[in-house]
Design a protein around this ligand. Structure first.
Ligand code: SAM
Length: 370
């Protein structure tokens, strides 16, 4: 019998990125091979999560024997802030903390305080946000706000208790996530977005109840197409509910119109209800890939830079940080890596799902940061 080996994290022992012979001074205007700027940085602060969502960290793989990263492998708050400051000098103005479940990282509000002190080269504060499953939000919202967090995005895949618990596979009740949302709103962590990953045959019957529930609330509901991230969720194209289908379904009951994007690179296509009350977002990462606008870099829990959510290898910035490298050298490496970036995995996915090219191995979303 052959054993299937799943690359959960990028454990290959790559050499650290080589240092450029000419050092550069960041201009804040860097662009990659396809002309895309570096605007957003997603930082995974832990590879651990207290949920076992079937499409992200299935229990069969992330079980009690799963070897999560040891604490010494994680970037410290000082290291994260140090690297973030170098990215900000290259043009990053939005930082999202993610994971794993970022609120599981001890004293996360301390990191938020450190990051909120960073400013873009023209002196503007960063847009500092965090994606969470909401389980610890009620408890932590005030401390997060006080530390300088601007807003949160909360994942919620169903209102029906059975469906939600089947999806999170951790017996976590819907009411506690809804309470977390309300506390976050009360303390001013808004505008708050609610992310629902739609998986056909699992929670697609919750599309309308979720739309109805969130329509008259301060929260912006976004439907995300189930993606082929990582290698452990057994993704199949026929489990994806295309955004166009979600839009048709909602429009049948709650008429709505598409809105113009707020900014280039916005992941969600925004729709406003015809009665003027509320909006929803549709994130069509599979059926209408938006690689051409992607300005996101990802920093993994152990400090590897990934230039695409679907990348199979990262660049070890932690090794540089923990060596004798100067800021100017690390900054030049970041510049060199971004300029060489030509990733557009999702735009090429269609060819792969049709069997025209083999899929490359990918690391898990919990490690690289969702
Ligand atoms: N634990 C946090 C949470 O639940 O929001 C942050 C990490 S989670 C990986 C970030 C986001 O990625 C969540 O909204 C989650 O639903 C989404 N996600 C994870 N796996 C996905 C997949 N296969 N397709 C689409 N979205 C996915």
């Amino acid at each position: 019998m052959t054993r299937k080996v799943i690359p959960l994290i990028d454990s290959r022992s790559f050499l650290p990125p080589s240092l450029p012979s000419i050092l550069e001074t960041p201009t804040g205007l860097i662009a990659d091979e396809l002309g895309r700027p570096l605007h957003d940085l997603r930082i995974s602060v832990t590879d651990r999560c207290n949920f076992r969502c079937v499409y992200c960290m299935p229990r069969a793989v992330f079980d009690k024997d799963y070897a999560f990263l040891p604490h010494t492998a994680l970037l410290s708050f000082e290291e994260i802030t140090h690297l973030a400051s170098l990215f900000v000098a290259h043009g990053v103005h939005k930082i999202r903390l993610t994971g794993g479940e970022p609120l599981l990282r001890k004293h996360i509000e301390k990191l938020i305080g450190m990051l909120s002190a960073l400013k873009t080269p023209d002196g503007t504060p960063l847009d500092l946000t965090l994606t969470t499953n909401g389980s610890l939000l009620a408890k932590k919202a005030q401390a997060l706000k006080d530390a300088g967090l601007n807003r949160v995005t909360v994942s919620l895949d169903a209102l029906d208790e059975n469906i939600f618990q089947r999806m999170n596979d951790a017996d976590f009740p819907v009411a506690d996530v809804l309470h977390g949302l309300d506390v976050a709103h009360q303390v001013g962590l808004g505008p708050i977005k609610v992310n629902m990953v739609v998986k056909r045959g699992v929670n697609d019957q919750e599309i309308l109840p979720m739309a109805r529930h969130f329509k008259n609330t301060p929260y912006i509901l976004r439907f995300i197409e189930y993606m082929d991230v990582g290698a452990s969720n057994g993704w199949k194209m026929d489990e994806v509910v295309p955004s166009a289908e979600v839009a048709r379904l909602i429009q049948g009951e709650l008429p709505m119109q598409p809105l113009a994007a707020n900014y280039v690179g916005e992941t969600a296509q925004r729709w406003r209800y015809d009665d003027g009350i509320g909006e929803v977002g549709l994130i069509s990462s599979v059926t209408q890939a938006f690689c051409h606008d992607c300005s996101r870099a990802r920093l993994s829990t152990e400090g590897k830079l990934y230039t695409c959510l679907f990348a199979s290898a990262g660049h070890d910035l932690r090794a540089l940080l923990r060596s004798e490298c100067s800021d100017s050298e690390i900054s030049s490496v970041i510049g060199q890596l971004w300029r060489a970036r030509d990733d557009r995995y999702s735009e090429l996915r269609t060819q792969r799902t049709e069997g025209l090219a083999p899929a490359p191995k990918k690391v898990e979303m919990s490690y690289i940061g969702g």
